[in-house]
Ligand binder design. Structure first.
Ligand code: IVH
Length: 749
C-alpha cells in the first residue's frame, strides 16, 4: 500500500478524495466479510482504515459523506470480536467487607509510603456493570474495548458508538486519551427491556448487569443501538499528558470533557469519612435506579498512587468496600458431588429455585464434608453444630460474583425422617477410593488420570483463557471430544493431533458434524496451531498441578527460563523433596506422640533424623533450596510439582504434550530498565521510601529483590546503619550504592 499522508497534512480537496476512497475500501471490506469466508484485509487493517476515516471527518466535519463508514455499524468483526491489547492493563480491585478492613487498608497505604500523616481518599459507588476502555486520538473516539482478561479485551468500538453517554468527539482532551468506566443499565430500562424480550420471545435477562453485558457484546451493533445502555467514567488508561494531580480533579476533568461521572463521588480526609460516605451510599442504594455493589476508595493524590503502584492484578491505592451479602431461605432438594481437576470431591446443594438479590439461585456450594457436618476446617463447631440434611430449609447467600453459599439451617423446619448426610468415600465418577490427607479438609479421588471427571476438568483448565487459551475449545467441546469415538481427546497432547487425525479420516469429517462447519473447523485448526508456540509460564500453569497458580508459574518460568531446565531441577531436587516429606511426617508423629504422653515436643530432632536417614546428596538439597526460594513457592507447591513429574504416567503424558510444542522463554520484564534482571538487596535505613516501596518499585522495573547477599547478588543498596550485609557484599565483591545512587540509577533522582 502507498504511504498514507498524515491526516494533519491533508488539504481539503485531498481529504474529500481520501474520504471517498475510504468509503469504497471499507464498503468493499464489509461486503467481503458478509459474503465471503476469507475477508481480504485483517481486522487490524480494517480498524486502521476506520480510524483514519474518523480522524479525517473530525478535521473536516463538513466533508463527512452521507454514506460515511462511521455510520455503518456491525461490519468489522469476523467470528466474534477482534482483540485489543490494552496499553495499560485493566485491573480489578481488592475487596473489603468490614469497617476494620477499611482502617487496615489506610494503615497499609500509610505504612507503604512511610507517612504518619493523614491521607485523603475519594469514595464513590461501585457500579455493577462491565468495564469499558475508550480510546480517543486527537479528540476522536477511535476504539472501545472490554476488559477481557485485563491484558487483552474485545474490540466493541461499533457497539460503544451507539451509547448516548459516550461522546464521539471531545474538545480539549489530551492527544492520546483512554477513558475507562462502567457500562450499565438502569432499573426502569432493564424492566422495560425484559418485558419487550418476553413479548417477542427473546432472551430474558437475570439482572441489569447481564443485560448490559449481553447488549454490549452483540456482533450486530444494530442490536446494541436498540438497548438503553449508559456509561459512568471513573478512571483512565494511556494518556499523552496527565489529566490532573488528584483523583478528584481528574474526575472533574472527565466531567468537564462531557462524560457522565457519578454524583456521589466525594473527597474524604480519612477512614471515618470514608465509612460515613459508605453508610450514606448504602442508605441510598435502593433508590438510585441502578445496581451498585459497594463503594470504591482511591488515594486522591495521583503522585502517591504512582508510588503505591500495583500488585499482580490490583492497585495498592484502591479498594472496593462491598455491601453485605444478600440472603434467602429455600429447601435443599439434593446434594450432588462434583469431582474437580485435582480430584477434590465438592458437595453441591441443589435447591428449590429462589431469588437472592435479583438472581435466581438453584445451586450453591456446601464446601466440604466437615462444613455439612457443622465443623470448620480446623474441626471447630460452626452453626452451633447444626448439620445440613437433604430436605432441610437452608439459608442461601450471595456476595457479588461469587458462587452462592449455604449459610444456615432452620432446625424448626427439619422434616421428620431427615437423615445425616453420608459423604462418599468412593469417587462417584470412577469408583476409586476418595481419601482425606492429614490436615486437608478436602476428600480427593485417587484415580488420577483414570478418573474421567478429573481428565475432563484438566482439559477444560488446559484450554482456558489464562492457560492455552484455545479459541473454539471450551467446556462444551472438550466434553464432546472427550467422549468421542472418532476424534477422542483424552489428554492435552491429543488436542495437537486432532487436525492430522481428522485429515487422515476420509469418511467422518469434523466439518460435517452438527455444531461444526467448514469455517469453524478451519478456525479451530488455526487456533490450535497458533498455540504450538507457547510461553513457558502458560505451559506450567496449564498443566493444572495442585497449588501451582499463575503467579507461581510465572515465577518458575522466570527463574528457570526453559522447560528442560525446570524439569532437570525438579528431578535433581527429588531426593530432597522426599526427605522433606519424610521429615514432615516424622514431625507430625513426634508432635502427636509428645502430646499423648504430655512431654515436650522434640519435633526438630525427629525432622533431622528423618532427613539424615534418607541421606540426601548435597546437590539435590541445593536444587530443593533453590526451588523453594521463589516468591510464593513454598515446600507444599514444590512437592506437588515434584510429585507430578515423578509420577511415571503423568510424566509421560506431559512429555507427549511438550513434543508438539515450541516453548517460548519468558520475556524479560521491562528490559529497557537499567536494573532489569539484576538481583538487588536493600539494607540499612532508607530515607526516601519504605522498604516495601523500594522492593515493589525494583520488582516493577524487572529486578529481583533478595533478602540476603550471596554470590548471585548484583547490587547492594545500603542506607545508614548497614551491617553484616555490607560486609558480605564487600567480601564477595558485590557492587554497593546508597539510596541516592539507587534513585539515580532508576532515573528517579
Ligand atoms: S476503579 C485500577 N471505580 O469494579 C482500578 N472500578 O472489581 C480500576 N467498578 O473492573 C477500577 N465501579 O469494572 C473503579 N467506581 C469504580 C467502579 C469500578 C465499578 C468495577 C470495574 C472493575 C471492577 C473491580
Amino acid at each position: 500500500m502507498a504511504v498514507e499522508k498524515a491526516v494533519a497534512a491533508l488539504t481539503e480537496a485531498e481529504a474529500r478524495q481520501e474520504l471517498a476512497r475510504l468509503a469504497d475500501v471499507i464498503g468493499a471490506a464489509n461486503a467481503a466479510y458478509h459474503t465471503q469466508d476469507a475477508p481480504e484485509i485483517s481486522d487490524a487493517e480494517y480498524d486502521a482504515l476506520k480510524r483514519r476515516n474518523a480522524e479525517i471527518e473530525a478535521r473536516f466535519p463538513a466533508l463527512k459523506r452521507a454514506d460515511s463508514p462511521s455510520d455503518i455499524v456491525g461490519g468489522a468483526v469476523a467470528e466474534g470480536f477482534g482483540k485489543v491489547r490494552h496499553e495499560v492493563r485493566m485491573l480489578s480491585l481488592e475487596n473489603a467487607f468490614e469497617d476494620g478492613d477499611v482502617a487496615e487498608f489506610d494503615a497499609r497505604v500509610r505504612n507503604f509510603l512511610g507517612t504518619a500523616g493523614r491521607i485523603a481518599y475519594t469514595a464513590e459507588p461501585k457500579i455493577d456493570g462491565l468495564s469499558l476502555s475508550l480510546r480517543y486520538e486527537r479528540g476522536v473516539l477511535v476504539q472501545a474495548a472490554t476488559r477481557g482478561d485485563g491484558e487483552v479485551g474485545e474490540n466493541v468500538t461499533d457497539n460503544a458508538r451507539t451509547i448516548a453517554d459516550i461522546p464521539q468527539r471531545l474538545q480539549g482532551a489530551p492527544e492520546v486519551f483512554e477513558v475507562r468506566g462502567e457500562v450499565y443499565m438502569s432499573h426502569p430500562d432493564f424492566a422495560a427491556l425484559n418485558e419487550r424480550q418476553a413479548l417477542t420471545g427473546g432472551k430474558v435477562f437475570a439482572n441489569p448487569r447481564n443485560a448490559a453485558a449481553g447488549s454490549l457484546r452483540q456482533l450486530d451493533a444494530g442490536i446494541t443501538a436498540a438497548r438503553p445502555l449508559r456509561f459512568f467514567a471513573y478512571s483512565w488508561g494511556s494518556l499523552s499528558e496527565p489529566l490532573a494531580t488528584t483523583q478528584f480533579g481528574a474526575i472533574a476533568r472527565l466531567a468537564a470533557l462531557g462524560f457522565q461521572t457519578n454524583p456521589l463521588t466525594v473527597l474524604c480526609a480519612g477512614p471515618e469519612e470514608m465509612l460515613a460516605q459508605y453508610r450514606r451510599i448504602e442508605a441510598m442504594r435502593a433508590s438510585l435506579g441502578y445496581d451498585i455493589d459497594g463503594v470504591v476508595y482511591k488515594v486522591d493524590d495521583l503522585s502517591l498512587q504512582g508510588r503505591l503502584g500495583f500488585r499482580s492484578t490490583t492497585p495498592r491505592w484502591a479498594i472496593a468496600h462491598k455491601f453485605p451479602a444478600e440472603l434467602a431461605w429455600t429447601r435443599l432438594e439434593a446434594i450432588d458431588i462434583q469431582v474437580g481437576r485435582t480430584g477434590a470431591l465438592s458437595p453441591v446443594a441443589r435447591l428449590a429455585p429462589v431469588t437472592v438479590g435479583g438472581v435466581v439461585v438453584s445451586n450453591a456450594t456446601l464446601h466440604n464434608e466437615d462444613y455439612i457436618a457443622g465443623r470448620d476446617s480446623r474441626g471447630e463447631v460452626i452453626r452451633e453444630g447444626k448439620d445440613i440434611r437433604v430436605g432441610d430449609w437452608v439459608q442461601v447467600y450471595r456476595a457479588g460474583d461469587v458462587i452462592p453459599k449455604v449459610a444456615d439451617v432452620d432446625m424448626a423446619r427439619r422434616p421428620d425422617g431427615a437423615v445425616p448426610y453420608v459423604f462418599p468415600h468412593l469417587c462417584p465418577e470412577c469408583g476409586s477410593a476418595a481419601v482425606r490427607e492429614e490436615g486437608d479438609s478436602v476428600r480427593r479421588c485417587t484415580g488420577g488420570l483414570i478418573c474421567p471427571a478429573q481428565a475432563v476438568e484438566r482439559l477444560v483448565h488446559f484450554v482456558s483463557r489464562s492457560a492455552f487459551d484455545i479459541e473454539g475449545l471450551g467446556r462444551k467441546q472438550v466434553e464432546m471430544f472427550f467422549a468421542d469415538a472418532v476424534l477422542p481427546v483424552r489428554e492435552p497432547a491429543d488436542i495437537f493431533t486432532l487436525e492430522a487425525r481428522d485429515t487422515a479420516n476420509p469418511l467422518q469429517k469434523l466439518r460435517n458434524r452438527e455444531g461444526f462447519g467448514e469455517k469453524s473447523v478451519t478456525n479451530l485448526w488455526a487456533a490450535i496451531r497458533e498455540r504450538r508456540r507457547i510461553p513457558l509460564a502458560r505451559l506450567i500453569f496449564a498443566l493444572g498441578m495442585r497449588h501451582v497458580g499463575e503467579v507461581a508459574a510465572q515465577d518458575l518460568a522466570r527463574h528457570y527460563g526453559s522447560w528442560e531446565a525446570l524439569v532437570a531441577a525438579v528431578d535433581l531436587a527429588r531426593p530432597a523433596a522426599l526427605a522433606h516429606r519424610a521429615a514432615d511426617e516424622a514431625e507430625l508423629e513426634e508432635r502427636a506422640a509428645a502430646a499423648a504422653e504430655g512431654r515436650r515436643v522434640r519435633a526438630k530432632e525427629a525432622r533431622e533424623r528423618a532427613v539424615a536417614a534418607l541421606d540426601v546428596p548435597e546437590e539435590s538439597a541445593a536444587a530443593w533450596r533453590e526451588l523453594i526460594t521463589g516468591d510464593g513457592i513454598g515446600p507444599v507447591l514444590a512437592l506437588s510439582l515434584s510429585d507430578t513429574l515423578a509420577n511415571a504416567e503423568e510424566r509421560a503424558s506431559v512429555e507427549r504434550l511438550v513434543a508438539h510444542l515450541e516453548v517460548l522463554p519468558p520475556e524479560a520484564r521491562a528490559t529497557e530498565s537499567p536494573v532489569a534482571g539484576l538481583t538487588v538487596v536493600f539494607t540499612g535505613t532508607l530515607e526516601k521510601m519504605t522498604r516495601a516501596e523500594a522492593k515493589a518499585r525494583a520488582e516493577a522495573l524487572g529486578a529481583k529483590v533478595a533478602g540476603s547477599v550471596s554470590a548471585k547478588t548484583d547490587l547492594l543498596v545500603a542506607g545508614p546503619g548497614a551491617g553484616s550485609k555490607a560486609k558480605d557484599a564487600e567480601r564477595l565483591g558485590v557492587r554497593m550504592i546508597d539510596e541516592d545512587g539507587w534513585l539515580a540509577l532508576i532515573g528517579e533522582a
